[in-house]
Design a protein around this ligand. Sequence first.
Ligand SMILES: [Zn+2]
Length: 77
Amino acid sequence: MAILNTATLMGAATKVCCQCGINVAGRLRTKDSFGNYYCASCFLAKHDQELREFLAAQMPEPELWRKVPLEAYAVYT
Ligand SMILES: [Zn+2]
């Protein structure tokens, strides 16, 4: 299976958001399991729901955590 993404096309040293294309080097960013980088705003837009569900599944009180603003517990690498 061939996986082409922005990172492989532009070289590993270049970190750009795979959604909007901005350079995320030195900025808040995250990387998914495919090696794609996301800037903070695109990450939130794409992963808001699944991240909430993921975190909620680990919390003793899921309904409580669903009400917490995502920015309060989002972690960027
Ligand atoms: Zn972006």
